[in-house]
Design a protein around this ligand. Structure first.
Ligand SMILES: Nc1ncnc2c1ncn2[C@@H]1O[C@H](COP(=O)(O)OP(=O)(O)OP(=O)(O)O)[C@@H](O)[C@H]1O
Ligand SMILES: [Mn+2]
Length: 458
């Protein structure tokens, strides 16, 4: 088998710009983004002197090649009904957006912000004909795995409540409903923060009957369809939480808003490791976690691998900043690509419980920052920029979210949620300021390597 694979590798001609296709210069601005977003990004680039992306050109050739090979083998092996005939060549331009997304994953980020494929991928997710829908296993609430005619897939989370519903104050974080608009908004926020660690998510208005009921081969889904007293088509599937007649997902009468997230490369091609967050909540009504009882908790985390080395601790703190801004208390685990070992970015998957309350902040989400008093310089610079009147986070988010197809129906985040972002951003900067009054090693300088050529081939 090894010999066969090697032979296939050598016969595949990888275009010469394949490795370099995502390098670009800071001056080149995307034509399709509006003024505020592009001004914001170019200002950020000029502040850093060099674009963040150039630092992040850490392409793992091995992972790309193995994904590509396996997909090609898979496609040749399956000529299933309903799938498009493939006319892909060795030219990357002929690959569908989902495959180009997979091939663009690097050690330091899921996608490059300026990669033109990003817009193509979201357009693809928002418009492709739906071939199938089955329930996605894993996790506690209802999710569907949607498949498209050219072998792409998406993770669907349905709208369960109206956009403005605030989470009931008497509900624990672990009982909250997931929100489709939270998944979409989290992707935009993560991208604006310069992290690029959430798989692209887009909103879509689906027809529950034509796109799900008539397409699904999954009995767990199809047997739960019914027509509500109001005449709407509803279903609830099978899962641990909220999969019952009392918590149906309903069209109006057929149309349903959903979020569709690009699916990551299959686990057999790009295995991932799941890590328990050191600042995980207790998921109990009565118990407190260690970090809630011990103000010196970070001292022990700092000494424990993998947090004792590299960027893992500051990456976790980036994640805490993201979660505090969107008030996500449900970050029990995070994942990494096994192939990249410990020196890699953290995937920010599962953001469905974010943006539950705008009227209240949850300072405990910032515990990693507040207890460790460390932050990446690049993150802090970006946060400071987003606090300036000309680049206010709420304004940049409003413009970014307006690009989602569902924004035509109603803004994805209400004004109250947007202004909560500004308020929380000020709180993050205040915590950093307090840290800097007490410590001298608050800033983790991740920008000093910018001048080096960091193209990496494994
Ligand atoms: N875009 C994606 N591509 C591939 N796999 C994904 C993606 N997003 C999430 N997953 C996987 O699916 C699992 C379940 O997804 P998710 O965590 O969003 O669901 P959930 O019901 O909210 O889970 P939980 O109840 O554990 O919080 C995750 O653990 C993750 O490994
Ligand atoms: Mn969840």
């Amino acid at each position: 088998m090894d010999g066969d694979v090697l032979q296939s590798v050598s016969s595949l001609s990888i275009p010469c710009n394949f490795m370099n296709s995502y390098t670009d210069d800071c001056g080149a601005q995307r034509k399709d983004v509006n003024r505020l977003l592009s001004d914001f990004h170019s200002l950020f680039c000029s502040i850093l002197g060099k674009c963040l992306n150039q630092y992040w050109i850490a392409v793992n050739f091995g992972i790309k090649l193995s994904i590509l090979l396996n997909i090609l083998l898979f496609i040749y092996a399956s000529k299933e009904e309903g799938y498009d005939d493939m006319d892909w060549t060795s030219d990357v331009e002929t690959y569908p957006p989902w495959l180009r997304f997979h091939l663009g994953i690097s050690r330091w980020e899921l996608y490059n912000r300026k990669d033109p494929n990003l817009a193509q991928l979201t357009h693809y997710l928002a418009t492709q004909r739906i071939l199938g829908a089955v329930q996605k296993t894993g996790g506690t609430q209802l999710k569907l795995l949607i498949s498209f005619p050219n072998h792409g897939q998406a993770l669907l989370k349905p709208m369960k409540q109206s956009r403005d519903t605030e989470t009931d104050v008497n509900l624990f974080y672990f009982s909250d409903f997931e929100r489709h608009n939270a998944e979409i908004s989290a992707f935009h926020l993560d991208r604006l923060l310069g992290f690029n660690r959430i798989p692209p998510v887009v909103g879509r208005l689906m027809n529950v009957t034509a796109d799900i009921r008539e397409k699904t081969t999954d009995h767990k889904v199809s047997r739960t369809f019914f027509t509500s007293p109001a005449g709407n088509v509803c279903f609830y599937g099978q899962c641990e939480y909220y999969c019952s007649t009392e918590h149906p997902v309903c069209g109006r009468p057929h149309l349903l808003e959903v979020s569709l997230a690009a699916i990551l490369p299959d686990l057999s091609l790009a295995p991932r490791r799941s890590w328990r967050s050191p600042w995980r909540r207790s998921y109990s009504r009565t118990k407190l976690a260690q970090w809630e009882k011990n103000p010196n908790y970070c001292d022990s985390v700092k000494q424990t691998p993998p947090y004792s080395q590299g960027t893992r601790l500051v990456d976790l703190i980036d994640m805490a900043v993201l979660d505090f801004l969107m008030s996500n208390m449900d970050r029990h685990h995070y994942e990494t690509f096994e192939k990249f070992g410990n020196e890699t970015f953290l995937l920010h998957l599962d953001n469905g419980r974010a943006f539950g309350r705008h009227s209240q902040d949850e300072p405990s989400i910032l515990a990693p920052l507040q207890q460790c008093c460390r932050i990446r310089r690049s993150t802090l610079l970006r946060l400071r920029l987003l606090a300036l009147p000309d680049f206010r986070l709420s304004d940049v988010m409003r413009e970014s979210l307006a690009q989602d197809p569902l924004a035509d129906a109603a803004p994805l985040l209400s004004e109250a949620h947007l202004s909560a972002l500004d308020r929380r951003l000020a709180a993050v900067l205040q915590v950093v300021h307090t840290c800097q009054e007490k410590h001298t090693d608050v800033i983790h300088d991740d920008l000093d390597r910018y001048d080096q050529d960091t193209v990496e081939v494994i």
